[in-house]
Design a protein around this ligand. Sequence first.
Ligand code: PLP
Length: 462
Amino acid sequence: MRYISTRGRAPSLSFEEAMMTGLARDGGLYLPETVPTMAPDEIAGLAGLRYEEVAFRVMRPFIGDAFTDAEFRALIDRAYAGFGHAARAPLVQLAPNHFLLELFHGPTLAFKDFAMQLIGQLMQAALERSGQRITIVGATSGDTGSAAIEAFKGLDNVDVFILFPHGRVSEVQRRQMTTAAEGNVHALAVDGDFDTCQARLKDMFNDFAFRDAVGLAGVNSINWARVLAQVVYYFTAAVSLGAPHRKIGFTVPTGNFGDIFAGFIAREMGLPVDRLVIATNQNDILHRTLETGAQVTQGVTPSISPSMDIQVSSNFERALFWAYGRDGAVVSEQMDDLRAKGRFTISQGAIDFLRGAFASGRASEAETLATIAGIARTTGEVLCPHSAVGVKVAADHLGAVPMVTLATAHPAKFPEAVHRATGMLPPLPSHMADLYDRPERVTRVADDLAALQTLIKERRRA
Ligand SMILES: *Cc1c(COP(=O)(O)O)cnc(C)c1O
């Protein structure tokens, strides 16, 4: 299995190389050259299996010879051992034909743990074999950072630097990043928004001298291994509800487009996914893109669902690559336009493809709060604001086909919003009960590439 860049000008890589690299050297994102498929009887055979076994069967064809079957199984088992629910990704029912996939039972209480815990294990195993050291730099809108810190803290051959937008993450999210005591973890509060953080991260990847000097590795969802790990729960959820014998729809609270793109890959693999509905908050660039056929960035307006406060949605590039018939040159041009002019216009053929593959909707702040309140009243389920955006948009798309909304974070990560909506304060799980008592360690930094690079070079252990 080889991996190719969405921009068509970087060398193809093995799974392990693509995982350790992150961004391609032509600025593109890696994708499998061909997507392996599963036959209906193989999908039917997943029914009733443990999450870890489904994960093994779904991901195995993508990893080539990176790990033996026994190694890969052991790494998957270790990745999910710390989850607080035996099903890992349990389904609950909200209404007739509407289900919620709870993806927040991992150690940092957001769906990011599904991928980050696994790539933590895979990267460690690869590094132990090669004797290499790496510097992980991650940009976060709030949840990727804590998930990465949890997965990589205390490792001898890894230094972790997390860029988060100063003042734009929830207090629980910030404390999860700033209270790690391990010396290899560095939380950096950047003056700017998430797009600023992600842009500086991409700048570092595009500075090959720096990239090679520090052994830069990326764990944002530009990393293919993260997307792959997220494909698994589309299978477990759909099979629980009757796939492959019936179609299942999914609604996904979306920011950087990684989670929903995993659903697209599940469909390419043969899972009968009906609709894939993009749910956005008031930062609705993806919804507008589908409606108008042009992607036009505006400023980010901070919302009560901060992990989705994004205008530059990296993984959309992967969908564009499909939409343009896997033509890296066209994708390159569109991405150059986005960088230079803040906008690009999608061709008629490509937008038709995207509208066939995805639907979309947005939820305002008031609708999000009303959804948290309404669902708590009618079902007892307490939603985080991101999940509520999903549930609101899904409700507008319900029909004869069962719909699964992805619940992306635990309500206790966003206590202010939940309290505003319901008057209740959702308690943190016991392993995080002392979060507000732990000392914080954080460095405030300007939006300055050279200064950031200097800081990283000085702090990383040689
Ligand atoms: C990251 C995140 C999202 C958005 O996921 P993408 O893969 O970036 O689209 C939604 N909700 C929560 C809680 C998140 O942490």
